[in-house]
Design a protein around this ligand. Sequence first.
Ligand SMILES: Nc1nc2c(ncn2[C@@H]2O[C@H](COP(=O)(O)OP(=O)(O)O)[C@@H](O)[C@H]2O)c(=O)[nH]1
Ligand SMILES: [Mg+2]
Length: 320
Amino acid sequence: MPANLPPKYHEAERRYRETKDPDEKIDALEEMLAIMPKHKGTDHLRADLRARMAKLTTEAQKKGGRRGSIYNIRKEGAGQVALVGLTNAGKSSLVAIMTHANPDIGDWPYTTKMPLPGMMEYENINIQLLDLPAVDDHSAHTWMPGALRRADYLMIVIDLGRDPLIQMRDIVDDLEKLRMGTVNRPSEWVIKQAIIVGSKSDHTKAKGNYNSLVRKYGDQFAMVSTSTEDMSGLEDLRRLVFSSLDIIRVYTKAPGQHAALNKPIILSKGNTVQDAAKEIHKDFARELKYTVIWGSGKYDNQRVKRDHVLADGDIVEFHI
Ligand SMILES: Nc1nc2c(ncn2[C@@H]2O[C@H](COP(=O)(O)OP(=O)(O)O)[C@@H](O)[C@H]2O)c(=O)[nH]1
Ligand SMILES: [Mg+2]
């Protein structure tokens, strides 16, 4: 065992040993891996942890469900965005109005107890929103870090009817306690990116509160204000969620036919023609002779090489 592992590592290891639940074991292993410094002295241990993780994952899958836990929500759609905030911030109301999900909404504290996914439509794709309990809900502290770590992006929800800076400070503290770093305070743990949503913009104090939020955090976070009462800002929020995920939609077409514009391939920004071909089939990419694209090329109907970087909305026609 390499010396000098930080105390948090031993804490996670203890959780690993003490729990029988495979998902909690996997979460603990994930954390141990994230904490462990990467150098030659830890190569062996890291390989060992990964092997244990793979074994546990297979076992959990066999038992039914992915990893077999109600707390581990399977990712669906083009990306998963988890909602983070204090109790009564309006997280569940946002998920209810932006998706077809039906979360519990209430005026009393800690209404939400379980992770609840909902699909948000954005133009021709779906993005998964994950409603979560309040970030300071102690009854969720065993599984919440795993859920936050697995999400592609966080949506920090700040109630504009209350002091926004105190809320932000509390949320950042809570994320630290859950061993999650945020972009404004990178920690040695996992660094997650986030957008900020100022909710309840219909509140009389909302404007001033939103302004202080922008003044303090506008440089670090993309932000939007919304209200599920008067429905303002919701389209902006959809667009912001999409743009924060850094994904592009690419359409394929066969020669002489129209592109299927309702069925995009989802790629990451910076991906190339070669990456798009691989999404269809890995052999396909190898056999590719040339590709014609419409969109980001200088001219429509242009022949491009495999390393051509694609843009959102491009149509590609592969020739093999
Ligand atoms: N005025 C106003 N109230 C809201 C808005 N969104 C949510 N609420 C209320 O705030 C309370 C908490 O909402 P909920 O979505 O359960 O918050 P959560 O604990 O963050 O999930 C409920 O009483 C909601 O009706 C909004 O945009 N405007
Ligand atoms: Mg809720």
